[in-house]
Ligand binder design. Sequence first.
Ligand SMILES: *[C@@H]1O[C@H](CO)[C@@H](O)[C@H](O)[C@H]1NC(C)=O
Ligand SMILES: *[C@@H]1O[C@H](CO)[C@@H](O)[C@H](O)[C@H]1NC(C)=O
Ligand SMILES: *[C@@H]1O[C@H](CO)[C@@H](O)[C@H](O)[C@H]1NC(C)=O
Ligand SMILES: *[C@@H]1O[C@H](CO)[C@@H](O)[C@H](O)[C@H]1NC(C)=O
Ligand SMILES: *[C@@H]1O[C@H](CO)[C@@H](O)[C@H](O)[C@H]1NC(C)=O
Length: 455
Amino acid sequence: MLAGGLLVLLVVAMEMRCLLSFECSSNAPLSYEGNHRDFRASGVLTCSWVLTVPENYTVKLTITQMNVDSGGNFNCTNDHLQIRDGANSSLLAQICNSYPSSSVFRSSGTQMWVEYKSTQASNSFEASFKRLLNPSFCPRNVIANDTSGLLTSPFYPNNFPNDMDCSWDITGQAESRFVLIFRFLCLGICTSSLSQPCACDSLEIGDVFGARQICPQTELIPFISVENKISLSLVTDEQNSAKGFLAKYDSVFRLEECASMTQLTNTSGWFSSPGFPSSYPNNVECAWTIPIPPGLKIYLTFLEFDVEECGASCSCDYVEVAFTKAQSSQKKCGRIASGGWVLKNAINDEIVITFKSDGQGRQKGFEAVYTLVPQDAWESVPSAFCPWTDPAPTTEEIPTVLVDDASTERIPTAAIAQTARPSSDDSSATVTDSTTKRSSEGRGAVVVFTSGQVK
Ligand SMILES: *[C@@H]1O[C@H](CO)[C@@H](O)[C@H](O)[C@H]1NC(C)=O
Ligand SMILES: *[C@@H]1O[C@H](CO)[C@@H](O)[C@H](O)[C@H]1NC(C)=O
Ligand SMILES: *[C@@H]1O[C@H](CO)[C@@H](O)[C@H](O)[C@H]1NC(C)=O
Ligand SMILES: *[C@@H]1O[C@H](CO)[C@@H](O)[C@H](O)[C@H]1NC(C)=O
Ligand SMILES: *[C@@H]1O[C@H](CO)[C@@H](O)[C@H](O)[C@H]1NC(C)=O
């Protein structure tokens, strides 16, 4: 009798622990509730949860605390957390204390199954889960052979989805570089932490100057690819979806001819000392001219600069940049760190770049990239995350690019461009959490950018 009473008490105690442990019973359903959701269990019991997120999302499970002692049983059969992909299908992990690896798991579909099994009173764990957009909705890596084209955030000009975490590369032709500028940019602003706006939605671009996060007040200079590849990453949170971005890229190839005057009339260009990256020859003089047409301003940066130095006046070898109308010039020699010499914002002028070497001393030389951007383009992201004030531009000039995925199938438009095509039944509205507040919507504007040849 007494033993039976104790057993009942024990069962009741276990049940209570179950209840205290948040819906801990066999296959308890747990669904996403707008942000993330915590659950936990402790003590001697076996219970499981089916974590469910909305359609088109996957489950991201993070184990935040774990103390599941397996009592020396290293295969975790008696005491464990078991994580399955789906309601109860393929095993992702069976872990106990001896398991050293990652504590973040991702499902392939909308469900994940977690089982806690414990034979020890001191065992416990805590975890949380949230939804992340199914990676099939992320832009895919893109091969862009064109001389210029457009890139957009997913579903542009409709809002991008909440809770996405996508990274992708744009690859151009061998030996080329991209020069990328934003024509439209609007990311969600945190209502909860206005002091840290980039903590909500964040766009990161990996270019020749490293990985840079685009946040309010950060510099918004043109981005130049590392060789022929530029990488983007867009991470969004559960609130304040916005239109995202429209960027334009130009493909440039390095000109290394040395002429007494080379006219650079393309919107963007890349040129170098002769022979670069090998040493330049002695006794050469080369010049390049870049006219700056009305309405545009220039951005010119030296990606590498290593020119024989002699004296403060650079009397041996040098690079000189002269503004014809402003009648000003700068002359440099020696070594300058990548991006350490930048000329920007000149308008209504013409730039002449001259490179001269004397009869001795040869260094690597220089390479420079320029682009002409609209005069009213931003130099830094305004403190609100939607700098443009007119309606978002559409993507009429969708570039023809290839999807570089597992498949080699050729499709007429980029994965990004595909999702960018506006359509009346576009799914972005439904992918977007219905609780989304769209406070940041509709504050856009077009920056008119002339592409192609400058007349
Ligand atoms: C797990 O380990 C125990 C001993 O620690 C052993 O008896 C058992 O067979 C093992 N189970 C599996 C599935 O390897
Ligand atoms: C889930 O899968 C495990 C292992 O395959 C099995 O033992 C258990 O009975 C299943 N549970 C349900 C509710 O299907
Ligand atoms: C892109 O350029 C590469 C290298 O020039 C070439 O092999 C490939 O076929 C091109 N793709 C398209 C779609 O033009
Ligand atoms: C200008 O761009 C075209 C392709 O758009 C290219 O063929 C040409 O070489 C470029 N000219 C210069 C001077 O870079
Ligand atoms: C999921 O994506 C599909 C395909 O884009 C779309 O048709 C459907 O409406 C989406 N479902 C939800 C709930 O957003």
